[in-house]
Ligand binder design. Sequence first.
Ligand code: HEC
Length: 105
Amino acid sequence: MTRALSLLLLLAATVPAAAGDAKAGRAKAVGCQACHGLDGLSKLPDAPNLAGQVEPYLVKALTEFRNGTRKNEVMSVAAQDLSDADIANLAAYYSGIQIDVIPPG
Ligand code: HEC
């Protein structure tokens, strides 16, 4: 492998594929807040926290709800009309919420 190619692969691995706009994501998250909170903390017993969640995981989950790979009564509807940009922006917003972790005990 040439040096230039390895450098390119290294860059591809470290630079996020689609860098979302967290500010636009926050505006879009108004439609998610009843369940996930604008702060990313769940407001319902069956809704997960999204604050500080890994960004590519959020993109994956939302894409899978949208294309039907992952199904949930509520989320399949909530993700239905999201564009790729919406998903990238929402993922940037929720993953960007800073969290403190203090394990029990
Ligand atoms: C009416 C409540 C409700 C709304 C509105 C809602 N969600 Fe959800 N969301 C849920 C529930 C319930 C789940 C758990 C689904 C499951 O069990 O698979 C979930 C799951 C998710 C997950 C998967 C998290 C994980 O840990 O796998 C993501 C990401 C997510 N929601 C993002 C959003 C975003 C972004 C919006 C707004 C566009 C939104 N949700 C709107 C209730 C909601």
